[in-house]
Design a binder for this molecule. Structure first.
Ligand SMILES: Cc1ncc(COP(=O)(O)O)c(C=O)c1O
Length: 443
């Protein structure tokens, strides 16, 4: 249960009124559940505009944004060059249902940064992982999918699965509405656990179409793969004729210029069979992708028999935004994200230590999160020990001080190239009181 936090003063009157209207016509008043603030309590802020590192809500409050639309806004809000490119694209027309040049350019940019040989564009990360799994099954002629507890790959039926009872047993649906038949071919394992992976492949190896993993999990908070873990997964999949599907929807072009793969595979010399991308590559618009080995991608329609399609796939406005964003995502941008992130991580840790709040800060490249539990957090069971009550108090103190954190304890904090000294200072100034609020919630 979220704590009863008294947050909603006059500062959120317009948001509160909009939330009431929204609830009358939309389930929970939101179009994606985490936005409802259920995990932290209080009234979700309805945003009116964003510029650079800053958000402005409908009540006129300004916030330093540490969510960045859940990752996509690597360059911050309303980047002038992205806006200009998008406006020019819109002026030409918004969708043709034909191939266009920006699609080719965006895919070429993705291919130049990652090890994938061929890419198909889609409109959401969910579509990307759903399609990658269908392709892996079509390519291998096998049905079983292996995933890790705590990794989120979008709301794909087969992947909304919880671990069954005991190791190497098939999963149960993680939500009503997903039939058991959709998850009974899914195996869910603890993350970073090599022996669990070995055991499941030893028992079911000849039935496994693919193993799908977040390249570095960010959806249970940031839980980096232990050294060599992704290489190990790639090797085990190869040994058993299964495909290794690396989901870089969150980490892609975010954890580093080449995503998480740039931090391990590029150095260690291995390549996923399939990868999925989203968020940053859409530049704030609905664009995502899956890609990989040319011989696997050749199985996709129209060249191959595995069907996959989309009315707005490769939309010219979305691909223009993504291309403009990636072209501006230079080494300097990632160096800046590293510097600003290091400053915020150190200050958050200091403030929480001074206040006496147990915590651990974990990173994957430029992505990081703060767990309200002692560390290290290696898997979902560890992450689940986080003190959500203390986080809720911390979150609301930060919000009141003008810093917009993710409204859930299990999320990465996202920065952008627009998080300049003024924005970072505003975060640092807010931290000590928020840490004391977290400590008070634990008392
Ligand atoms: C790793 C990962 N995969 C897939 C998805 C699903 O993407 P979308 O929300 O665009 O459907 C997400 C979304 O957060 C994600 O983080």
């Amino acid at each position: 249960m979220p704590p009863a936090v008294d947050v909603d003063s006059d500062r959120a009157a317009v948001s509160a009124a909009l939330f009431e209207r929204a609830k009358a016509v939309t389930p929970g008043g939101v179009n994606s559940p985490v936005r409802a603030f259920n995990a932290v309590g209080g009234t979700p802020r309805f945003m009116r505009s964003g510029r650079g590192a800053w958000l402005t809500d409908v009540d006129g409050n300004d916030y330093v944004d540490l969510v960045c639309s859940w990752g996509p806004l690597l360059l911050g809000h309303a980047h002038p060059a992205v806006q200009e490119a998008v406006q020019a694209a819109v002026a030409r027309g918004t969708s043709y249902g034909t191939p266009t040049e920006p699609e080719v350019e965006l895919v070429e940019e993705i291919v130049s940064r990652t090890p994938v040989e061929q890419v198909r564009l889609v409109s959401s990360g969910t579509e990307a992982t759903m399609s990658a799994i269908r392709l892996a099954r079509g390519f291998t002629g096998r049905d079983v999918v292996v995933k890790f507890a705590g990794c989120y790959h979008g709301h794909v039926d087969a992947l909304l699965a919880s671990a069954g009872s005991g190791l190497a047993t098939f999963a149960v649906p993680g939500t009503p509405g997903v039939p058991a038949s959709s998850t009974e071919l899914t195996l869910v394992l603890p993350y970073n656990d090599r022996s669990a992976v070995e055991a499941v492949f030893a028992e079911h190896g000849d039935r496994i179409a693919c193993l799908v993993t977040e390249a570095a999990p960010g959806n249970m908070g940031v839980v980096p793969p232990e050294a060599g873990f992704n290489a190990f997964l790639s090797e085990v999949c190869g040994r058993h004729g299964a495909l290794f599907v690396s989901d870089e929807v969150m980490t892609g072009f975010r954890a580093s210029r080449q995503g998480q793969w740039g931090l391990d595979g590029a150095i260690e010399g291995w390549v996923p069979d399939l990868m999925t991308f989203g968020k940053v590559m859409g530049g704030g618009f609905p664009a995502a992708a899956f890609g990989g080995r040319a011989d696997v991608m050749a199985r996709l329609a129209p060249d191959g028999p595995v069907y996959q399609a989309g009315t707005l796939s490769g939309n010219p406005v979305a691909t223009t935004a993504g291309l403009a964003t990636l072209r501006l995502a230079t080494d300097e941008v990632y160096a800046h994200l590293t510097r600003a992130g290091d400053t915020i991580k150190a200050a958050a840790s200091d403030a929480l230590s001074v206040a006496g709040v147990e915590h651990v800060v974990q990173s994957a490249g430029t992505m990081f999160s703060v767990f309200f539990t002692d560390g290290p957090v290696r898997d979902f069971a560890d992450a689940s020990r986080t003190d959500t009550r203390a986080y809720a108090a911390f979150f609301h103190a930060m919000l009141d001080a003008g810093v917009y954190l993710p409204p859930s304890a299990y999320e990465a904090w996202f920065l952008s190239s627009a998080h300049d000294d003024r924005a970072v200072s505003a975060v640092l100034d807010a931290l000590p009181a928020a840490a004391r609020a977290a400590a008070a919630a634990q008392a």
